[in-house]
Design a protein around this ligand. Structure first.
Ligand SMILES: [Zn+2]
Length: 556
């Protein structure tokens, strides 16, 4: 390891360390921070060791590298090569995707994509359909777009797809196969929930093939850097096929020029079922760590699932239920959930539980309380993930039980108005992702995007957390806002805590890893309303600067 020290000066270093919140210089040796302070205070290091003063950030703001503890590289790899047809606009490194509203506009866009595609046989995959904004589409509707090109329209929340005749022919699917399946409607060309897996089996040779999947992961790599992240959590590693995914992840992400690490959190039971014998589950999960590389690391964290998807509206709701009378789903039946949770709890794992509705949260907390009774643990880091609908009493109970929260705050922005009008009513819709209550009870809280469930832009997440502005411009539940400082902690030091990495990353102090996000403006100066507009210069990962290559107008 080199003895040479590099000192980065800055207009402001925002350390996220309350003991020394601001500084003007940070000294780095190899991949570690030596000291943060000023050129004057760090002088003893510089007198004793060879060093360089690097002023490239002299007019910029240095923050700890941003952390998203919950996103899905594999889901992103599948979806990023598709055409985005979402109701809200998306800023991606290679393109700004405009919002598409209404059924006519949605179908017109599909037609336009079809016209633009050169190869007449290439399947058209479109992601982002949501009936609340786009109305229903059916097999017949899509036949009207093209009688010859396979068209696959994928739901915004991932759980449903609709196909045309040409797609069924391309898939080589026996229609009788679909007709027998309870979650397939062949007449409508609709595959949902477990029916989705049936359809997927017929075309995963295409979308999980290296050309598609590795291309998608390469895009994911750009997306993660573009958002200013230096650490992400893969919160269900091995979504489709662990061996294939692991091979592709190592190939695409374990590269010298990949400026971030990925904490791999596997599902407690392999996706799609498998062995429930506790000894075998543990052996398999612990065995995954033997694969670890420099950037991709399995460790003592595991992911469990309670209730259904939030965009799909399949959360389990307590009284008074949903306006439309719909009922949610369990992703894990409650009796299985307890058994699997106990297996990992007793082995000392840090457990993360996907919970979208208040009954999902209740299941997780009942289980946690029972496990505490059976076998008390301290510093267990049991984390509620997503936290769409909850009650204030549950937050108080989380505090009592030592549970943590990793919250998808974008629900408030994208779904706040829609769920007010269609599903929950205003009282509950405005209190989705109730961050303010978590803060009032001192529950350590991170923000995540569950990408592609929200744009992988931490400053955008912090903006929603501190303003709670919905897509229609309403402030939803102002008492549930975080302060600017709390919101920034939730994408840095508190996110590091959720991943169990607070001793290594998440703030800027001597001894930690030199991971920084470099901003053109100071978040504390521009204020909560302007957080998402702050330009990001790039990042420093393990001591090495990585500028973001921004698009010029002519690239568009
Ligand atoms: Zn997720």
């Amino acid at each position: 390891m080199t003895d040479h020290i590099t000192v980065y000066t800055a207009r402001m270093v925002r350390t996220m360390e309350p003991a020394l919140p601001t500084a003007s210089a940070v000294a780095v040796r190899g991949d570690k921070i030596i000291e943060v302070g000023s050129l004057e205070t760090i002088k003893p290091w510089l007198d004793a060791h060879p060093h360089t003063i690097d002023n490239r950030f002299a007019d910029k703001i240095i923050m700890p590298g941003f952390i998203d503890p919950h996103l899905h590289p594999s889901m992103a790899a599948l979806l990023l090569p598709m055409h985005f047809t979402t109701a809200l606009e998306w800023h991606l490194p290679w393109q700004d995707v405009p919002a598409i509203r209404g059924n006519n506009e949605f179908l017109a866009r599909l037609k336009e994509i079809d016209d633009d595609m050169e190869d007449p046989d290439e399947p058209l995959f479109a992601w982002g359909h949501h009936p609340i904004w786009h109305g229903e589409v059916y097999r017949q509707t899509l036949n009207g777009i093209s009688a010859t090109r396979p068209i696959i329209v994928w739901h915004r929340g991932f759980h449903t797809l609709v196909v045309n005749d040409a797609a069924i022919a391309w898939m080589g699917m026996d229609e009788a196969d679909g007709e027998r399946h309870p979650q397939v409607n062949m007449e409508e060309g609709r595959f949902f929930e477990t029916g989705l897996s049936l359809a997927f089996r017929y075309f995963n040779h295409y979308t999980l093939a290296p050309k598609w999947f590795e291309g998608g992961l390469e895009r994911l790599r750009q997306v993660v850097h573009f958002g200013g992240h230096t650490t992400i959590g893969d919160m269900a590693a091995g979504m489709f096929d662990l061996e294939m995914e692991w091979g592709a992840l190592v190939k695409v992400l374990e590269q010298e020029d990949t400026p971030f690490r990925v904490q791999m959190i596997p599902p407690g039971t392999p996706m799609g079922g498998g062995d429930k014998d506790p000894a075998k589950l543990l052996e398999r999960t612990i065995g995954l760590r033997e694969r670890n590389t420099h950037r991709l690391r399995f460790y003592d964290h595991v992911k469990l699932f309670a209730d259904g998807g939030f965009y799909a509206g399949l959360m389990q709701l307590g009284p008074p239920g949903a306006i439309d009378g719909s009922v949610g789903e369990w992703m894990t039946p409650p009796e299985t959930f307890e058994h699997v949770a106990r297996t990992y709890w007793n082995a000392g794992f840090k457990i993360h539980v996907h919970c979208t509705g208040d009954l999902g949260v209740e299941l997780a907390l009942d289980t946690l309380e029972k496990l505490q009774w059976e076998r008390p643990r301290f510093n267990h880091r049991f984390t509620i993930e997503h936290f769409g609908v909850s009650t204030p009493e549950q937050v108080r109970r989380m505090a009592d039980l030592g549970a943590l929260a990793s919250v998808n705050i974008y629900y408030v922005h994208e779904l706040g108005d829609a769920y007010w009008k269609n599903k929950l009513g205003h009282e509950r819709a405005s209190q989705m992702s109730r961050l303010g209550t978590l803060a009032r009870h001192n529950v350590t809280t991170a923000l995540h995007t569950d990408f592609t469930m929200a744009p992988a832009l931490p400053l955008n997440s912090a903006w929603v957390a501190a303003t709670r502005i919905s897509e229609a411009g309403h402030v939803m539940g102002p008492e549930e806002r975080l302060t600017l400082d709390q919101a920034l902690r939730a994408i840095t030091i508190d996110a590091a805590y959720i991943l169990g990495l607070e001793n290594e990353i998440g703030s800027i102090r001597g001894g930690k890893t030199a991971d920084f996000t470099i901003l053109e403006q100071d978040p504390y100066e521009v204020g909560a309303e302007n957080l998402r507009e702050i330009p990001i210069w790039g990042t420093v990962f393990e001591g090495r600067p990585f500028p973001i290559k921004h698009r010029t107008k002519k690239d568009k």
